[in-house]
Write a protein that binds this ligand. Structure first.
Ligand SMILES: Cc1cc2nc3c(=O)[nH]c(=O)nc-3n(C[C@H](O)[C@H](O)[C@H](O)COP(=O)(O)O)c2cc1C
Length: 197
């Protein structure tokens, strides 16, 4: 895995800025900011424009936040349940147009999440997505219909003090994650053929 090279990569600034923190400050996210964040999700592309994404948001301190927190795996709890807002992302598995299975639902949900991630970042609100939660439990607790699948939980907030994290989590907070070089996943003309870039 290559070292972090976002600073010199030539990509747009908002992409360089994004990373997944575990320390969140106590600062609340306003309703206006949340409205803009979910508005950004609206504008993502989707197969047949079905917009199969759904989001339930929870504010820290509420009973429903604690219910979602209970479904988060222990390894993710120490940091995620300090976020001022948690969001449960849910994909609709069938097309509204004909009831057939939508194989692109997760793909499209992911694009909506990235869209809202960038909008949030533009206001210095960071996200950490997590798959480490009990999706079945959330379906039951929040009575999510059968043809919808909870996909991830998003922990959302302004950056906090990494020193407030448990010792085991401090090192990862200070180091950015690495990336594969594009030669490993971009090919020219045929599968696994070296690219010319
Ligand atoms: C679908 C998905 C699930 C993830 N699940 C977890 C998780 O359960 N726990 C965790 O600490 N991070 C989780 N992450 C965060 C990734 O580990 C992180 O995005 C990756 O290491 C790259 O780091 P970066 O986002 O800081 O660039 C998840 C990310 C995605 C997109």
């Amino acid at each position: 895995m290559s070292e972090d090279n976002r600073e010199s990569s030539g990509i747009i600034d908002i992409l360089k800025k994004r990373w997944s923190p575990r320390s969140f400050s106590n600062k609340n996210i306003s309703d206006e900011s949340l409205q803009r964040i979910f508005e950004a999700a609206r504008w993502a592309p989707s197969c047949f424009n079905e917009q199969p994404w759904n989001f339930i948001y929870f504010r820290r301190g509420s009973e429903s936040y604690n219910k979602l927190a209970a479904a988060i795996m222990d390894g993710n709890k120490p940091w995620s349940i300090n976020a001022p807002v948690l969001v449960l992302t849910v994909a609709r598995n069938s097309f509204e147009r004909n009831g057939k299975s939508n194989n692109y639902a997760m793909h499209d949900l992911g694009m909506a999440v990235f869209s809202l991630t960038l909008q949030a970042l533009s206001e210095d609100i960071y996200l950490h997505q997590l798959a480490g939660f009990d999706a079945k439990m959330t379906s039951e607790i929040f009575r999510i219909d059968d043809n919808f699948s909870p996909a991830t939980v998003l922990a959302m907030g302004y950056l906090g003090d990494p020193e407030a994290l448990p010792d085991s989590l401090k090192p990862s907070e200070k180091k950015r994650t690495g990336r594969k070089p594009i030669s490993e996943f971009v090919f020219m003309n045929s599968w696994k053929k070296a690219n010319n870039l």
